[in-house]
Each structure stands twice: as structure tokens, then as C-alpha cells.
Design a protein around this ligand. Structure first.
Ligand code: AMP
Length: 506
């Protein structure tokens, strides 16, 4: 029985010590070296007396981030990656919630971090990696720490957009990741012969699939340079050159490739074996382009929020779909119960739609140091009056089709997916409201044109607003369009009338 994901690394490093585990643009690391470097970090964390403590990772995306993740996990601490491109004020909000016991970074990035509200300890990778060997006593201490940890201890905290402007830290334990990866590797028959092309940022939970399937099976993950996602032909050439046979991307990334018909230039017939996706709706229109050019590939639509460890339902594409049909999100993963509840908290009747709720070991332990938000989303199972049992309310509205497959319909709140990013429109509104000139504002999402639309009463242009709020929210949250209204429409409840505002988007 495994209570910590790093036991996978112990086994894989024994089986394939010299095989490449992870590779980025500049370097690659073998399983043997990954284990050694991670244990160097872990020993240092244990020496500093850290156990079950938050470890922030502030590094450019690359192999060293993954080494640091494993270092935190070996020592039974939990990691939280902080994007180096995130605006400073948002980093500060995260630091206020997380209160890291230590920040793992490099000497040069430490200087960047000095601008943030943090006075705690650092661990510099250059210093750790230049240390010569570990003594027996340190190793024993580390093993003792790992033995003390249990599978419900946290492995990571990933921060997602929060409607009040404060990001929410989703906590995930070792058990949830172990169960999920067991399912992934068994279902898609992943072995050491496979290689992944990683697209997902490490602060986004899709990356869990690439990172840990590799760790468990001895496969290889290539971290694809971000700029290639804007150059589909080069991107496909990269997949061919590295012999990447499995990709797990957000639909937005697949759509760009389909729209530019990059397959005409690069033939991936003998390269790609599996195309998996998750994170937002995958339109059949674009999937059909992929299927036309690569008919023998296995395609699968995974669905799920960060709060249930990446995915909780899946559909392996097994039939033809017209461009207009929705692609099912399919069926629950094993050991996962999906409840579709109507407004009376009863299971939906045939044809009825309801909120998708999840029960099982994949559930997050809650939002880090945020009992209020945790209580709202993680609630007692209304169908079980006998014993305490939590379900997670996703806020996603779904229904069953005549085949018993789950079909995603919409959200019941103001959370959106824009270019693969999860965004609470409230977080943008909070940022815009903080500008002196703004009295009232409202954000809507124009699904058809995939645009974030901001409504304001003042005569301010988009460039002016975006320049100012860029200090507060990540670039992908900046409004794509600003519409001025004479007076913000208000409904009978005294709230901004979003239905009326929507008319301006037609
Ligand atoms: P995140 O926490 O960033 O993974 O975002 C989770 C949300 O993305 C879900 O609650 C859904 O609204 C949406 N989502 C994830 N996967 C899918 C999918 N396969 N189809 C449609 N929407 C999805």
C-alpha cells in the first residue's frame, strides 16, 4: 500500500535509473537523478524541521519545478507552485493565504520575490544541488518523516480564481492522486514506452496526469515550449521529432491546431497514439478535423474541476459525431460516484438537467484556510442522512442522454473557461471596481466570440482599464471588449440585470 506518491519514484528509479523522466528546452533529468535531487531537497526540508508544511515553488516552468515538487512530497510537506508571470498583488494574496514555511527558488528569482510580502525562509536550488552527498543520519530522518505521513496528508495546493478577488487554494492529498493515476495508467495502458507532450502549466491540475503517470510507469514527459502553441506547424513537428505519442491538452490548444489545419504540413500518423483533453468544452467541429487526419488515434474527453483531482468522468470517443452535436463527458470514473441533483436536491428524472456533484476519495480536503468557501462547495450528501459524507458541488449543469452518458450543458454561476483558463468573472469585476473612476461595472462572457466583455458607465477605453488592472489580475483575465452603458440596468432584486446587458452583445 502506498501512502505517498514518491514510492512510485523509488520503484521507477530502480527499474529505469538512466531513462529520461522529464525534459524541458534546456535540460533533461533521468529517474535516478530525479530521485537523488528530490531527496537532497527533502533532506534539507526535514533538517529544517518542516513536516506537513506549505512549500511555495517560485521557478520558471521546467524540470526543476518537478524536482522541487518531489522534494516537498518526499519530506511529507506539500507544494504550491506560484507562476512567475503572475501580477505581484495576486502573488501577495496567495502568500497571505498560504503562509509558506519556505520558498524554493533560484538566486536570481529570489530577487524578484523580494518585492512581495514575504519575510520567511528560502531554499535556493543552486545551493542544494552543489552540496556533496547526504549522510546516513539525514537519510534516516527523511525516511522516518515519510513513514509518519499518511495518504490523507496534503500533496499540493493549487490556487484558482476566486469571485471575491482572493484566489482559492484547492488542497489535494496523496490518496486522491494515487487513485487518479492508477485509473489513468490502467485505462490508457501507459508504460515506460510512452512519452507525453506536456501543455498544462504546473499551476493547473491537468498537469497532474503527465507528471505522475510518468513517475509511476517510467514514461517520459517533454515539457513543450509555450511559444509553440501559437505556431501549430512547429508544434506538430516538435511532437514528431520527440516521438511524443500521448498528449493531454486543453481543448483550446487542440482547436488552434485544427483551425489552421496544421496536419496538412506534418503527418503524425505513426507518432500519435492518444489525444486526451480536459478543462473545457471540446467542440466536435474541431475534434472532427483531428479525427479526419488522425483516424487511428484514441481520443478521450475527460471532465472535472481541480477540486476532485483533475477529472471524475470520461468518455472514450467510440462513434461518429456531427459537427453540431455535443461530445459527452461520459461516465463516472471507477470508485467515483456522480450525483446529478435537481433544485430539490433529488436525483434528476429522465431528460431533466441538474448540478453535477461528486462523491469519493478524489475530493479535495477543502479550500486552504477558507472554511466559509469550503462549507459552500463541500456539503453533506443530501441523499445520506445516516453518516457524515461530503459531496462536492461543481456548479456545472448536466443531463443524461438516451445512452446514459452525461452531457455538459452550462454553469450555474459566473465561473467561465476562457482559452482554457478558469476565471471567476467576479475577480475581474473586483479588480475593475478598485479603479477610482469606476462606479459600477459588470463582466459577462460572450461564448460565441470567446470574449470577456466589461460593461461600465464611464467613458474609459479598454487600453486604459487593462493597463491599470494588469497589476491585479493575470493577462488572460483582461477584458477583450469594453462596452459603455448610459446607466447600468438593475433588476427587481436590485442587482445588475445581466440579461439586459447580454442584449448589448448580440
Ligand atoms: P478547472 O478547475 O480549471 O479544471 O476547471 C473546472 C471546470 O472546467 C469544470 O467545472 C467545468 O466547468 C469545466 N470543464 C472541465 N472539463 C470539461 C469538459 N470536458 N467539458 C466541459 N467543461 C469542462
Amino acid at each position: 500500500m502506498k501512502a505517498n506518491v514518491t514510492y512510485w519514484l523509488d520503484e521507477t528509479a530502480k527499474r529505469f535509473p538512466d531513462k529520461t523522466a522529464y525534459a524541458d528546452e534546456k535540460k533533461e533529468i533521468t529517474f535516478g537523478a530525479l530521485r537523488e535531487r528530490a531527496r537532497d531537497i527533502a533532506c534539507e526540508l526535514t533538517q529544517r524541521g518542516l513536516f506537513k508544511k506549505p512549500v511555495a515553488i517560485f521557478l520558471e516552468k521546467g524540470v526543476d519545478v518537478l524536482v522541487s515538487f518531489m522534494g516537498a512530497a518526499y519530506s511529507c510537506n506539500f507544494y504550491s507552485p506560484i507562476d512567475v508571470d503572475m501580477p505581484g498583488s495576486r502573488v501577495n494574496k496567495i502568500l497571505e493565504v498560504l503562509e509558506p514555511a519556505v520558498v524554493i527558488t533560484t538566486a536570481s528569482l529570489k530577487d524578484v520575490f523580494a518585492a512581495y510580502d514575504y519575510e520567511g525562509e528560502f531554499l535556493l536550488l543552486e545551493e542544494i544541488f552543489s552540496m556533496q552527498g547526504r549522510d546516513q543520519e539525514k537519510e534516516e530522518k527523511l525516511e522516518e518523516a515519510r513513514r509518519r505521513g499518511i495518504d490523507t496528508d496534503l500533496l499540493y495546493v493549487l490556487f484558482t480564481s476566486g469571485s471575491t478577488g482572493v484566489p482559492k487554494g484547492v488542497t489535494i492529498n496523496h490518496r486522491a492522486v494515487i487513485d487518479y493515476i492508477d485509473w489513468v495508467t490502467e485505462t490508457f495502458e501507459i508504460t515506460e514506452k510512452d512519452s507525453f507532450g506536456n501543455q498544462a502549466p504546473f499551476y493547473f491540475d491537468n498537469s497532474i496526469l503527465d507528471i505522475y503517470s510518468t513517475l509511476k510507469t517510467g514514461a517520459t514527459t517533454y515539457i513543450i515550449p509555450k511559444n509553440l502553441f501559437a505556431q501549430p506547424v512547429l508544434l506538430l513537428e516538435y511532437l514528431k521529432e520527440k516521438k511524443i505519442n500521448t498528449i493531454f491538452w486543453v481543448p483550446s490548444a487542440l482547436i488552434v491546431v485544427a483551425k489552421l489545419k496544421a496536419f496538412r504540413n506534418v503527418d503524425l500518423t505513426d507518432t500519435l497514439k492518444r489525444v486526451l483533453f480536459c478543462g473545457e468544452v471540446m467542440p466536435n467541429k474541431q475534434l472532427n478535423v483531428w479525427r479526419k487526419f488522425l483516424p487511428d488515434v484514441q481520443y478521450a474527453n475527460l471532465y472535472g474541476p481541480t477540486e476532485i483531482t483533475d477529472a471524475c468522468t470520461y468518455y472514450i470517443v467510440d462513434r461518429e459525431f456531427s459537427d453540431e452535436e455535443p461530445l459527452p463527458i461520459g461516465f463516472p470514473m471507477p470508485n467515483t460516484d456522480i450525483l446529478v441533483l435537481n433544485e430539490k436536491n433529488q436525483p434528476v428524472a429522465e431528460e431533466e438537467s441538474g448540478e453535477l456533484c461528486v462523491r469519493g476519495t478524489s475530493l479535495s480536503m477543502g479550500y486552504y484556510k477558507n472554511p466559509e468557501k469550503t462549507r459552500e462547495a463541500f456539503v453533506q450528501n443530501p441523499l445520506n442522512q445516516a453518516v457524515p459524507e461530503l459531496i462536492y458541488r461543481t456548479g456545472d449543469i448536466v443531463k443524461y442522454n438516451e445512452r446514459g452518458e452525461i452531457i455538459y450543458l452550462s454553469r450555474k454561476d459566473f465561473q467561465i473557461k476562457h482559452m482554457g483558463h478558469r476565471i471567476e468573472l467576479g475577480e475581474i469585476e473586483t479588480a475593475v471596481s478598485s479603479l477610482e473612476e469606476i462606479s459600477l461595472c459588470c463582466c459577462l462572457y460572450d461564448e460565441r466570440h470567446q470574449k470577456i466583455v466589461l460593461f461600465i458607465e464611464e467613458e474609459l477605453d479598454k487600453a486604459y482599464i487593462n493597463e491599470r488592472i494588469a497589476r491585479l489580475v493575470p493577462e488572460y483575465m483582461l477584458p477583450n471588449k469594453v462596452i459603455r452603458v448610459e446607466k447600468m440596468p438593475i433588476n427587481a432584486n436590485g442587482k445588475i440585470d445581466r440579461v439586459k446587458l447580454k442584449e448589448h452583445m448580440k
